[in-house]
Structure formats: C-alpha cells, structure tokens
Design a protein around this ligand. Structure first.
Ligand SMILES: Cc1ncc(COP(=O)(O)O)c(C=O)c1O
Length: 469
C-alpha cells in the first residue's frame, strides 16, 4: 500500500521524518484513503529495515500533525475528518538523484533528437546573423577590454525595451543583468541566497537542473506536485525559502499557473519575504492565446528574480540569458559574476544587441511561432491517429509534448526501441526525483530540434516497432 524510499547518508533528512513526509504526501495525493489503517509499526520497520522506534516516531509525528489518529488496539489510522487539501502536509523532502541527467548531452550525429528544450536551427536567418556579426567586427576596439560585469549597457536597455515590455515588466537597465544562460544565472542566485536561505521548493515532474544548482549550495530540496493548474503552491513559506516556478509553461507538462496560485505566490513574496525564482524560458512561443504577464510584472517588493534566455529564441549553444532583479541584488550578482568569469562574452552581447536593434530577433520569433505551431498541429494529429492510447493535450505553447502512458513498462519499452533505432528521446527519470518513480509514466517529445518530416517518420517507425512487440 505504501511506497516509501529512504535515503541514507550525509545530508539525508532523519529517517522518521522521511517516513512521515512520504506517508503524508501519499495521503494528500489520495493514494492512501481516509480510514485506512497504516501497517503495524513492526511490519513497516521490518520491510524498511529500520528500527521499530523510527516508525513509531514517524507515526507519532503524523498524529501530532492531525493527519492520522493512533488508537490503542486499532493501530494508526488516516483521519476521516482530516481535510488534507485544506492544510497540505509538507511534501516529501527528497534529494535529487544527481546521478541521472545533470551531465552534458553529447549527441551522436547519427541519432535523431526528439529531446525537448532545443530550438530549430534550420530556420535561423543566416544572412541577417552574418551581417549583424560583421557590424560588431567593424569596431574591434570595443572588444578589447572587459565590459561591465552586469552586461553591455546597450543590450540591457534593448532587453528592457524589446523583451521585458512584452512580458509586462517595466524594468530599467539597473535591474537587468546579462548572464551566460539561465543555468548560470540560477547558480549565481543560489550562491548568494545560500547566506540567508536554506530551502528550495519546486514542482515535479519538473525541470530539476535549477533545483540541483541550489542543492549544490546546501539547500534542502522540497518537491511539490503539479496538476493542470501548474505547481501546487505550498502555503507556509517564509524568509528561508526560495520558490522556483515556471508560471507560463511549467516544464515539461506545459501547464500554466492559475490565477489563485499566482496570487498566492505574489502574496508570499510580498508579505513573507519568500524569494521567487521565475523561469520564463520559452513564453515567446504561444500558439492559441497570448501568454499571461510575468509574475515579475507585479513584483513591488523586489523579491522575484526573473530569468529569461535566448536559448529558445536563437539557440541553446549561444549561452546567453538575462535576469531581472532588484538593483542592489543585481550589483551583488554582478560582482560575483566578475570574480567568477569577468562578465559575459562582450562579442555575443554586441551581436545579440544588433539582432534586437535591427528587428531580426523579433521577426525570427514571429516566424518560428508559426513554424512551431504547424509542427505542433501535425504531430498532435498524428499522435491522436496512431497512438490513441496515449493521453496528451496539445501544448498551447513551448516546444514539447507531454504524453501520459498507462504503464511504466511502456515507457521502458519505448526507451528501448528508441535506443535501438537511434532516436534520442528524453527519459522521464530526468524530471522526477529518486523515489518518485510512480510519477514517471510519461514521454516528453521535443519538436524543436528535428524537422517535421523527421519527427513524423520517427513516430511512424515507433508505431511499427510497438505493433511488432
Ligand atoms: C525550463 C528550463 N529552464 C531553463 C533552461 C536553461 O536555459 P539556458 O539555456 O538559458 O541555461 C532550460 C533549458 O533548456 C529549460 O528547459
């Protein structure tokens, strides 16, 4: 009935706490119904190979939290009257499996990539890119010295005018810092905030690489479920907490935060000093409706750090992104960035500045929105026709399909077929923590990187291979 995975070793939470947290999480999810009796402490202790006293302590904690009741002669029972939704118990604190995906992805050139998070480079406007680069090289003296560690002033101004305004953010260049990608920006934020904060909250399945960056600087990782309204927001956060969210397209499910959860986040950041890290990595790509404004647009206390990137609007390998924060935080982050790498490449910044100034980037994004919409529609049609068992909603934006399967054996079978036929496909294990395998019955199919004919022929081969199993 219960699925409990214990972690041991340095940094793992106490065993009784892990047990209590995982049971309360399963009760909240509805996996253990009200009135159910928990296993006898002796039996659970035996199956988990822990001392009985550890399980007794965990049960006592559940009773104290009014999630269960302990009755002499009846054991420990899930409360019937307990409204688990009214007061969500803390979700299990689990360290991510650092062994899984936080490694460079070396693509074998013979493999076809259906990995998500990659932009289609076939449509890059190469003539305009070349011309812009030539314009930068006309003034080599500008490249001689290190630039400002917060980024080239002209690019920061253009980011405010051409990008942030589209997201409803009225920032000036003192609030903007250019970084070599969102990942790097998040590392800087984690390094600095580790002085005063100790927990990072995030949704799973989700993009775990940012949470991992926080873990590297000693943060406890606390994962929360995600449903069709985005990440379920814990209600009791405070000054020690960092909340990592992707409000517009939670990755990889591509669900958006609803109004109530957005309001709750804004309330917590303004009234209780919660630091919010808003990852707005691909909201430029929307197909059916305009995106909501960024949360940062409503931040009047400066507790939201906004992260944006050129990885999807140009290409991943560019390594250029930006963050928006309070000017005092930008100064601190910039000083850290200076000591780490003497700022971000001036050449790239000037080049992208040219592309923003002359409108190339805006035109490219507009065009790609159409290209991706067409890909999305065609893939959705094919999936509905050829894989009627697969559950999915055509994404309203972003660059990937999130497909729920019935059984984990299907996920494993598809992974095996893809490996054999040399299609690179993301493993669902990339998006869940160790111990959350129950959440992993899904596929993520990116449609950014491969061309539409390639994707359709891959799906057709996958269908054939599945039929012959
Ligand atoms: C959700 C999400 N956030 C952040 C990033 C990282 O972006 P960057 O390339 O700017 O580091 C990615 C990468 O693909 C992503 O999918």
């Amino acid at each position: 009935m219960l699925l409990i995975r214990l972690q041991e070793g340095r940094g793992a939470p106490p065993l009784h706490k892990q047990i209590a947290d995982q049971i309360s999480f399963q009760i909240a999810q509805g996996d253990v119904p009200p009135g159910a009796r928990l296993p006898a402490s002796r039996d659970l202790a035996r199956s988990l190979r822990v001392a009985r006293g550890t399980v007794v302590l965990a049960y006592e904690e559940l009773c104290e939290a009014r999630i269960c009741v302990g009755r002499v002669g009846h054991g420990t029972v899930v409360r019937r009257s307990h409204d688990v939704r009214a007061k969500p118990p803390s979700a299990p604190e689990l360290k991510p499996s650092l062994a899984t995906p936080d490694e460079p992805i070396d693509l074998d050139p013979r493999e076809l990539s259906l990995l998500p998070s990659m932009a289609d480079t076939d449509y890059l406007p190469r003539t305009e890119l070349r011309r812009a680069f030539d314009r930068v090289l006309r003034f080599p003296s500008h490249l001689r010295a290190f630039g400002e560690s917060a980024g080239e002033p002209r690019l920061r101004k253009l980011i405010c005018q051409r990008i942030l305004s589209e997201r409803g953010i009225a920032a000036d260049p003192t609030q903007v810092m250019v970084v070599p990608g969102t990942q790097y920006g998040a590392v800087l934020v984690a390094m600095l905030s580790a002085k005063t904060r100790s927990r990072v909250h995030f949704g799973t399945p989700g993009y775990l690489d940012i949470a991992r960056n926080f873990a590297r600087f000693g943060f406890d990782l606390i994962s929360h479920p995600v449903d069709i309204d985005g990440m379920k927001i814990p209600s009791s956060l405070g000054k020690k907490d960092v909340l990592y969210v992707m409000p517009e397209h939670h990755f990889p499910q591509c669900v958006s935060l609803n109004a109530e959860r957005r309001a709750s986040i804004l309330g917590m950041s303004q009234e209780r000093g919660v630091m919010v890290v808003e990852d707005d990595y691909d909201s430029e790509y929307y197909y059916d409706r305009l995106p909501q404004s960024a949360l940062k647009a409503s931040d009047n206390k400066g507790n939201i750090v906004y992260l944006g990137t050129f990885s999807k609007t140009l290409f991943n390998n560019l390594r250029l992104g930006y963050l928006v924060a309070d000017p005092s935080l930008v100064r601190e982050l910039a000083s850290l960035h200076w000591s780490l790498s003497r700022g971000t490449s001036g050449l790239l910044q000037r080049w992208v500045g040219e592309l923003l100034e002359d409108g190339t980037l805006t035109r490219h994004v507009r065009r790609m929105r159409m290209v991706y919409r067409r890909k999305r529609d065609k893939i959705a049609e094919t999936l509905r026709r050829d894989f009627p068992e697969w559950q999915f909603t055509a994404p309203r934006g972003g660059l990937q399909f999130f497909i729920e399967l019935r059984h984990s054996s299907e996920v494993a079978m598809i992974a095996e077929i893809c490996a054999k036929q040399k299609f690179r496909i993301a493993s669902s294990a990339n998006y869940i923590l160790s111990g959350q395998e129950k959440l992993g019955n899904f596929l993520v199919i990116g449609f950014g990187s491969a061309s539409l004919p390639q994707i359709l022929s891959t799906l057709s081969e996958l269908k054939k291979a599945l039929l012959t199993r």
